[in-house]
Design a protein around this ligand. Structure first.
Ligand SMILES: [Mg+2]
Length: 393
């Protein structure tokens, strides 16, 4: 069996898919979406396709090693996202070739269902904000969710006056009041605080007992994250922007986080996220894989979650369940998704929907004046403080 064809699709904004077809007609799907970099992984996959065509798709580890290590330069979010999507597609083919769910090739399931959370929060306490929050909470609870995540909105500077901190904390307290004590609530600071401010806010949040605070500070400096962890009781999570075991190493060795959030479409695919999780296990660190993109990445997450003993909770956003793109979407019941039973990654793609091309084209970017459109969702937008300096997203 050889890899015969590699195609890419752009069915939604923030959704880049790779399809690998073998010479005997097996098909594998992966997701290479890299948020805010809509064109980059497309070029990377095209380059890697030259190596992959004609190769045996079942030699997944070998191809991972070649793509990661060959030609000297390693890592970076463009190469790692391209590699991640290809890795997912090869695991999909592998499962279909052996006619088992991929997790059976990864050691077999250690659980029967996967606990998931949805994005929900109270962003504003004005009448409209509360009404919107109520409607979404009711819909999500009817859909079966028992855990939710939100975060402080707006652009936070090195320090904010009490009113800003108090407003965020009041929203968090109200969330707890609405959902009660049986529901888990997490908060994503999006890496936009300094260590000192993050510690202050965590102390204010602590009485409402959040499950975790995510990326309290940016991802580059593990010592700063450790400083936060050492000063707060709230469990600290990080890792959606860390790539490969090598970037997670110091987080583990310093015990800087209680939970890690590797992204199966950025950190190196199914192959690498399982290794990161196994590495985390010896530090008693649990994984909560990041997944804020599409349903193929989410399906790849489920395969890893199935086999990792130290799995805790899976992120997903509404489009992650596969509505419109999958013949049968994932269903949440009582907070869980049942383990997939289909071969490979366990879904059937609706190719008619996938072939709809919704990418931002080069023509459109030229027309808009690349970089001049502040709110373009796919490019990530532009965020500035009142003084004109760059703010974190
Ligand atoms: Mg996050």
């Amino acid at each position: 069996m050889k890899i015969a064809k590699i195609e890419q699709f752009f069915p939604r904004r923030r959704m880049r898919l790779v399809k690998i077809t073998t010479d005997n007609g097996l098909v594998g799907w992966g997701e290479t979406t890299l948020e805010g970099k809509p064109m980059s992984t497309i070029a990377a996959v095209n380059e890697l396709a030259e190596y992959l065509i004609g190769k045996d798709p079942l030699r997944i580890e070998h191809h991972w090693q070649h793509i990661y290590r060959s030609a000297f330069f390693r890592g970076g979010n463009v190469l790692m996202s391209a590699l991640s999507g290809i890795d997912q597609a090869l695991w999909d083919i592998s499962g279909k070739y052996y006619q088992v769910p991929t997790y059976k090739l990864l050691g077999g399931a250690v659980r029967d269902r996967i606990c998931v959370y949805a994005h929900w929060g109270i962003g504003s306490r004005d009448e409209k904000g509360l009404e919107q929050a109520k409607i979404r909470l009711e819909w999500l609870q009817k859909s079966g969710y028992t855990a939710f995540k939100s975060g402080p909105s707006g652009k936070w500077r090195a320090h904010e006056p009490p009113a800003v901190v108090d407003d965020f904390v009041a929203c968090a307290n109200l969330m707890r009041e609405w959902v009660g004590d049986e529901i888990e609530l997490g908060f994503d600071f999006h890496g936009k605080m300094t260590p000192a401010l993050a510690i202050e806010v965590c102390h204010q949040l602590q009485p409402m007992r959040p499950m975790f605070v995510e990326e309290p500070v940016p991802q580059e400096n593990v010592d700063a994250l450790k400083q936060v962890s050492d000063h707060v009781i709230v469990p600290v999570a990080t890792g959606e922007r860390l790539l490969s075991r090598w970037e997670f190493r110091k987080v583990f060795e310093t015990q800087a986080a209680a939970y890690i959030q590797p992204d199966v479409s950025h950190a190196g695919g199914i192959t690498e996220v399982k290794k990161i999780a196994n590495m985390a296990e010896i530090y008693y660190v649990h994984i909560m894989p990041h997944c804020a993109i599409g349903p193929i990445a989410f399906s790849a997450c489920l395969q890893v979650d199935a086999v990792v003993p130290n799995f805790l909770l899976q992120e997903q956003i509404d489009t992650g369940l596969g509505n419109d793109l999958f013949e049968t979407s994932w269903k949440v019941e009582n907070g869980y998704i049942e383990l997939p039973t289909g071969d490979g990654l366990g879904f059937e793609v609706d190719e008619k929907m996938v072939r709809q091309d919704n990418r931002i084209t080069q023509d459109k970017m030229n027309l808009l004046g690349y970089g001049l459109v502040p709110s373009d969702e796919e490019l990530g937008g532009e965020f500035y403080h009142l003084d004109g300096s760059v703010a974190d997203w």
